[in-house]
Design a binder for this molecule. Structure first.
Ligand SMILES: Cc1ncc(C[n+]2csc(CCOP(=O)(O)OP(=O)(O)O)c2C)c(N)n1
Length: 302
């Protein structure tokens, strides 16, 4: 039995015990000043504020510095490889649609090997939160240029400057008709909490671009650089149902960088809800699979 006080609360009265239940006790190995610390705190807090205990969430991670969160945050967890976190998380959600799923990926793996998975997750509208840990480089491989590194920027893997064009990630995401797009900043925990709570409650694929400081390898979009440019779209009176405006403010980062919930469409059902074969069925695949005795099949493997 879980005796920890888990219930939906206002942000001012969350239980310290509930927060602690998400801690694993493992030492953090991220660099000092890494944006992952703030994102880690915001995820814990958003889950606690929604009244979700560690046994009520599935956390999926990709390869990368952010992926090391898999042994620092309690919950059901999976640590995957090289941009493949989205299909794994989508499969888990289809098997058990009751449990919220938060999948994490870096800009390196997500916008290279994993980019095809991102495309199909958006068009399928799989219900899950996808947090893009966007530090504009491959942190784990010590400053390798990613598709989101600024063109011309000298990096450890491209000392003369990255020759390729930077992938216009937000324009790309909006071109796929997403149902939820938000942008957070690792230096603003309260805003990340409000974004994540809305993303967890969204029915469909919630793409959350977290601009993340990487003080060791990203010397261009630093914490201070971001801090000077970010603004909250809610305070600016932005209407998140306005697709055209949302796309415009997401893409134009020339002077200011919009953060908050940029776009949300609640009218499109998630993938599972559109499956004719599941209509009227009260059970979920995970329960149906439990009814099969697989011992006979296992004999073939021994
Ligand atoms: C071109 C390329 N493909 C695959 C890899 C394998 N690989 C090692 S670490 C990593 C991901 C790390 O970068 P990112 O996804 O941005 O996460 P971060 O470490 O910054 O959190 C990948 C894909 C690689 N280093 N380079």
């Amino acid at each position: 039995m879980n005796s920890i006080p888990f219930h939906s609360t206002g942000s001012s009265e969350i239980s310290g015990e509930a927060m602690k239940s998400y801690s694993c006790g493992n030492t953090c190995t991220w660099c000092d000043g890494c944006g992952n610390y703030g994102i880690w705190a915001a995820i814990k807090r958003s889950l606690v504020e929604l009244g979700i205990p560690p046994h009520g969430v599935f956390l999926c991670y990709d390869v990368g510095c952010h992926g090391n969160m898999s042994d620092k945050l309690s919950g059901y967890r999976f640590h995957g490889l090289h941009g493949r976190v989205i299909p794994f998380a989508a499969g888990a959600k289809l098997a058990n649609p009751r449990i919220p799923i938060i999948a994490h990926g870096g800009d390196g793996a997500c916008f290279s090997e994993g980019v095809g998975h991102l495309v199909h997750a958006i068009r399928s509208n799989y219900t899950m939160v996808f947090i893009l840990h966007n530090n504009a480089n491959y942190g784990l491989t010590t400053g390798q240029a990613s598709a989101l590194t600024w063109q011309g920027q000298p990096m450890n893997s491209a000392p003369n400057g990255m020759p390729e064009a930077t992938l216009p990630s937000m324009d790309f995401v909006f071109s796929l008709q997403p149902t939820f797009v938000a942008r957070g900043f690792s230096g603003d925990i309260p805003q990340m909490v409000s974004i994540l709570k809305a993303a967890i409650q969204h029915r469909g694929f919630a793409f959350v671009d977290m601009l993340q400081a990487c003080p060791t390898y990203n010397t261009f979009a630093t914490h201070e650089w971001l801090l000077e440019r970010v603004y909250d779209v809610a305070a600016d009176g932005h209407d998140p149902s306005d697709f055209v405006r949302a796309r415009a403010i997401a893409v134009d980062t020339s002077e200011r960088i919009s953060t908050g919930i940029l776009y949300q469409n609640t009218a499109v059902p998630g993938f599972y809800e559109r499956l004719k074969s599941r209509e009227g069925i009260q059970t979920f695949p995970v329960e149906e699979v439990q009814k099969y005795d697989v011992r006979e099949y296992m004999q073939e493997l021994v």
